[in-house]
Design a protein. Structure first.
Length: 357
């Protein structure tokens, strides 16, 4: 496949609106990179710059060491899978998958072999003579993926390919994309606003906000060690609980509650003595039993897990994710403790970490 290098890319439109700022990363051969963030954060614009569908305002783009910054889309050896499938309704599945190869005047026997091979990978062999209107949404998306596979591109580009599917189909198609990546050892750039897709698919995640890259890392790195409060609250479902607290006398003191801190946490926060910090606690880091009390607002049972929403202290909202079925009612008081805590600078919103980490 291919190595891709995005060197300090900017996108500035004619009205001087900047959509992407200094996007910089190297994509290894066979890597699946997921760009994730809210709508309007610049992730699709970045993908379109890579595809050649948007001009690059500043920066350089390299494919296998070759500068393709100004190369037209047709010469970049990339295949894009769109959100809306972009299939030709008057063509069969076979014809849709073969279309790009037919335009290149490839040998019909070669085209036939490539289409059959892609159809087998995607379990579409029985659908080859059908029209797109006869297929489910998941099957149509697989046809779009098949059309990309037959081109044997150096890089696959996916632009929110699952957003038009229902929850069950999304899950099934997500698994198919993961299997496709493993079978082809493909280099993939994948854009989504869905953090579940990002966490389950990616070798590395690029989390973006307002055109800026907030953090690049493995799914575990972004989940376990977020760079700032944006990444902390965007990655993870339900979002991380955030409390404004004062570090004092070995405790994090909030509005009507106190949380004892370990010696390691106290050492970390030593420069913040008697100052405010933001304390982040993921819902799954809240465990039953302890000196804190949640006054329950709602209890949502999710099979093996329960989400308990309520308040601690005088009026601080909190969500707990317990690993059991619970029957708490409105107004119940549930003793809890925090198994892990993260801390952030309230001014910069950056994570407070040990030196060198």
């Amino acid at each position: 496949m291919a190595e891709l290098s995005l060197q300090h890319l900017d996108k500035i439109y004619d009205n001087n609106v900047q959509a992407v700022y200094d996007f910089h990363m190297d994509v290894k051969d066979g890597e699946l990179i997921v760009l994730v963030g809210p709508s309007g954060c610049g992730k699709s614009t970045t993908l379109r710059m890579v595809a050649g569908l948007e001009d690059i305002s500043r920066g350089k783009l390299y494919l296998d060491g070759k500068d393709i910054t100004a190369a037209p889309a047709k010469d970049r050896d990339m295949a894009m899978v769109f959100q809306n499938y972009a299939l030709y309704g008057h063509m069969t599945v076979y014809e849709n998958m073969a279309f790009s190869l037919t335009l290149r005047n490839e040998n019909p026997n070669v085209i036939h072999k490539k289409v059959l091979a892609a159809a087998e990978i995607l379990d579409l062999t029985a659908q080859l003579n059908k029209k797109p209107s006869q297929l489910s949404g998941g099957q149509r998306q697989r046809v779009a993926m098949g059309r990309a596979i037959v081109r044997n591109p150096k890089v696959f580009l996916f632009d929110e390919p699952l957003s038009n599917l229902d929850a069950k189909l999304r899950s099934a198609t997500r698994r198919e994309i993961l299997l496709l990546h493993k079978r082809l050892n493909a280099t993939i750039l994948y854009v989504t606003h869905d953090q579940t897709e990002a966490l389950t698919l990616a070798n590395r995640i690029v989390c973006m906000s307002m055109g800026h890259v907030q953090q690049i890392g493995t799914p575990l790195e972004l989940y376990d060690s977020p760079n700032d409060t944006f990444v902390a609250t965007f990655i993870g479902l339900p979002p991380m609980n955030m409390f404004t607290v004062t570090f004092e006398d070995g405790k994090a003191k909030g509005n009507g509650f106190e949380v004892p801190l370990s010696a390691e946490e106290c050492a970390l926060l030593a420069p913040w003595n008697r100052k405010e910090v933001i304390m982040g606690v993921r819902p799954e880091y809240v465990a039953e039993g302890g000196d804190l009390v949640i006054n329950v607002s709602t209890n949502e049972n999710l099979g093996m897990n329960s989400l308990v929403n309520g308040r601690i202290g005088k009026n601080s909202r909190i969500t707990a994710k317990f690993r059991s079925w619970t029957d708490y009612k409105l107004g119940d008081n549930v003793p809890v403790h925090f198994t892990r805590k993260l801390f952030f600078d309230p001014v910069t919103t950056n994570a407070i970490r040990k030196e060198g980490k």
